[in-house]
Structure formats: structure tokens, C-alpha cells
Design a protein around this ligand. Structure first.
Ligand code: ADP
Ligand code: MG
Length: 345
């Protein structure tokens, strides 16, 4: 390290390029490691029958959450849910979590009790056990790291890499709401800073606020797909925005896709607030993130089974890699998708 005189800023490399760069020399040495770095969760199998899924996420104050408007109880709930979402995104069932945190002396016992009260609600709701963690101090703020452990039957895990040409591209729920909730909270924080006497004006925004502050993992969607006998060919959860997740699926599966703008599910409240904020609702859905919906592909032959599903929308289809990853706009134009939304020209 010391003889290396050049210095490259972390920000010079994209997050995914950096992960790849740092982990590329770690060869898989154990037969039980079926899938390592690169999907929503690692897949491990020690014996025939069941596979184990493991996923970790870290939340850092000032980066992932702002305690001026995020109640600690909600933060606790969300920190569990976002990890469970990664297990569902593998078509698995979460069973255990470990929770580690670093907190500065700004935090009291009562504050940590609030955080854990939220975690308890999430653990109860999703039927997972808190089985360990680590506790340490921090010189600046709060950091929370949660690891989720889950399981699935051997052969049932769904990877980011299984999409095939002609598959249908589907998403659960609606998109962009969590981002609009965040925009609203940020605006009210700004107004409050300017004039602390003003009460926050959050009325009529319950849905988008809930999407931001108290997201849910789509266990119901996994159960529904199981019930109707549909196994997705590929899947990922929408944590960074639809565009970025579609690109992950397509890159990993070595395919292209056509995404139809007019099919992207956007809730009315999300749509209205986006317009008020002078934002394009489609861009909010493509780039917003934190919706924790499931994005997946299914074989065309499953269309009949899926068309009745009320909270699943077919938003496009998979094409050959050479066709690229494109957004077909309402006006019929076709634009290459980028992680930030789409390249207009
Ligand atoms: P997700 O959005 O589903 O949580 P990430 O984008 O955080 O996934 O991570 C992508 C993949 O890279 C995952 O398989 C994750 O386990 C792996 N990964 C992320 N950070 C690191 C790291 N620091 N070291 C090793 N693997 C990592
Ligand atoms: Mg994920």
C-alpha cells in the first residue's frame, strides 16, 4: 500500500465498479458458496435440500437518514425491512437478523429504545428473530448495520441473471412515492429552518410519507407468485430506482429490454406532488429509489397466470442484448436508459 504513490478518490469509481474492483481477487473456495458478491443476497448450501440466503445493509446518519424528520422508531422499522426486501428479492423467506450499531453520546438509552421498538415491530410483522449483533460507540452520529438470513428450497433462488429474451418485465406496487416523500420532508425541513414558528404542512401526503418513512418488503408478492405457480426468471428489489435496477437485471442476464413509460405504475399522490415540485413523475419513478418493490421477469408462457394479478404491472419485455436497454416514451420515442433515468439524446 505505502509504495503506491497514486491516490484515487473513492468517488472517482462508481459504487458497483468499486465493489467489483475490491472483490475480484477473492476466489470462491467452498463448494457451499453457490453465489457470492453480486446479487441481492449470497446463496449458501451446506447440505442437499435447503439453501441459505444472507444479505447486509448499512444505514448512516446524514447519508441515509436525517433525524430532524425521521422518528427513531420508524428508522428501526425501516432498517429491518430494507434487509428483508433483499431476501424476498431472491425468492426466499427471511428467518433471522443481526443488528449492529455505532452511536455517539448524543444518543440516550431512551433513544435507542425507540430504535429497537421499531425493529421489534418489523421483526414481529415479518416473523424474523433478532439473534445477535454488535454495539459500539461512534464519534459522529448513528450507524446501523443489519444482516438478514433467510432460506429457500434448493433450486428456488431467483438471481439477477436469469432473464431471457421475450420474457415479460414486471414490477410490484407503484414507484417514485418514497422519493416524493423525501422531497416533501426536505422542503418542510428547509421551511422550518427559515421560520421555526411555522408548523410543517404535511397534510394530504400520508401515502408518500409512509412510503419514505415506513416502507414494507413485498412478502405478499413472493407468496402470491408462489400461489399462482409463477417462478420469476430473474428478480431484484427496487432500492435505487427502476432504471438502475433494470440495468442490473439486463447486465447480469446479458439481455436488453424495452420499458414502456406509459406502463410504469405511479400513484396519483406521487404524480400530483411531483408536478407541484416541477418534477417529471417518470423521472421520479426511474431514479427515485427506496420503493422496495420487486422488479422481476417471467416467461411469456406465464402471462395468462399473471394478467389477473392486481398489484403487479407488466412494464416491458426483454430483448436481445444488441437491442440495448430502452425506454419507449409516451410519444413513441425510444431512449437508452441510464442509471439516472434516461439519456434524452
Ligand atoms: P443491494 O442494493 O441489493 O443491497 P448492493 O448494491 O449494496 O446490493 O450490493 C451489490 C452486491 O455487492 C451485493 O452482492 C453485496 O453483497 C456486494 N457488496 C456490496 N458492498 C460490498 C463490500 N464492501 N464488500 C463485498 N461485497 C460487497
Ligand atoms: Mg437489493
Amino acid at each position: 500500500m505505502l509504495e503506491n504513490s497514486t491516490r484515487t478518490e473513492l468517488s472517482a469509481m462508481g459504487e458497483f465498479a468499486l465493489i467489483k474492483h475490491l472483490t475480484e481477487h477473492f476466489e470462491i473456495k467452498n463448494e457451499s458458496t453457490l453465489k457470492g458478491v453480486g446479487d441481492d443476497a449470497a446463496v449458501i448450501q451446506y447440505e442437499a435440500g435447503k439453501q441459505i440466503l444472507v444479505s447486509t445493509d448499512m444505514l448512516v446518519e446524514g447519508v441515509h437518514f436525517d433525524l430532524t424528520y425521521v422518528p427513531l422508531k420508524h428508522l428501526g422499522y425501516k432498517s429491518i425491512v430494507v434487509n428483508l426486501s433483499d431476501i424476498y428479492a431472491m425468492n426466499g423467506t427471511p428467518r433471522q437478523v443481526t443488528v449492529s450499531y455505532a452511536a455517539s453520546n448524543r444518543f440516550s438509552v431512551e433513544a435507542m429504545e425507540e430504535l429497537y421498538a421499531g425493529m421489534l415491530v418489523a421483526c414481529k410483522k415479518y416473523g424474523v428473530d433478532l439473534v445477535g449483533g454488535d454495539t459500539t460507540s461512534s464519534t459522529s452520529g448513528l450507524m446501523i448495520s443489519v444482516t438478514a438470513i433467510g432460506e429457500c428450497e434448493a433450486g428456488q433462488a431467483v438471481y439477477r441473471s436469469g432473464a431471457k429474451e421475450k420474457d415479460l418485465l414486471c414490477v410490484s406496487g407503484d414507484l417514485g412515492g418514497a422519493y416524493m416523500g423525501l422531497q416533501l420532508l426536505e422542503r418542510e425541513k428547509f421551511v422550518f429552518k427559515d421560520n421555526p414558528k411555522l408548523q410543517p404542512d404535511l397534510e394530504g401526503n400520508d401515502y408518500i410519507l409512509e412510503r419514505q418513512l415506513k416502507p414494507e418488503a413485498r412478502r405478499d408478492v413472493i407468496e402470491y407468485l408462489h400461489k399462482i405457480g409463477v417462478k420469476p426468471t430473474s428478480m431484484i428489489d427496487v432500492s435505487d430506482g427502476l432504471a438502475s435496477e433494470i440495468l442490473h437485471l439486463c447486465t447480469n442476464s446479458e439481455v436488453g429490454c424495452e420499458l414502456y413509460e406509459d406502463k410504469i405504475p405511479i400513484d396519483l399522490q406521487t404524480y400530483d406532488r411531483a408536478r407541484e415540485f416541477g418534477l417529471d413523475p417518470t423521472v421520479c419513478a426511474l431514479s427515485g429509489g427506496e420503493d422496495y418493490e420487486l422488479l422481476f421477469t417471467v416467461a411469456m408462457s406465464d402471462y395468462e397466470k399473471l394478467k389477473e394479478a392486481k398489484d403487479i404491472t407488466i412494464i416491458g419485455h426483454i430483448t436481445a442484448k444488441t437491442s440495448g436497454t430502452n425506454l419507449v416514451t409516451r410519444s413513441g420515442g425510444s431512449h437508452p436508459l441510464t442509471a439516472q433515468g434516461w439519456k434524452a439524446f
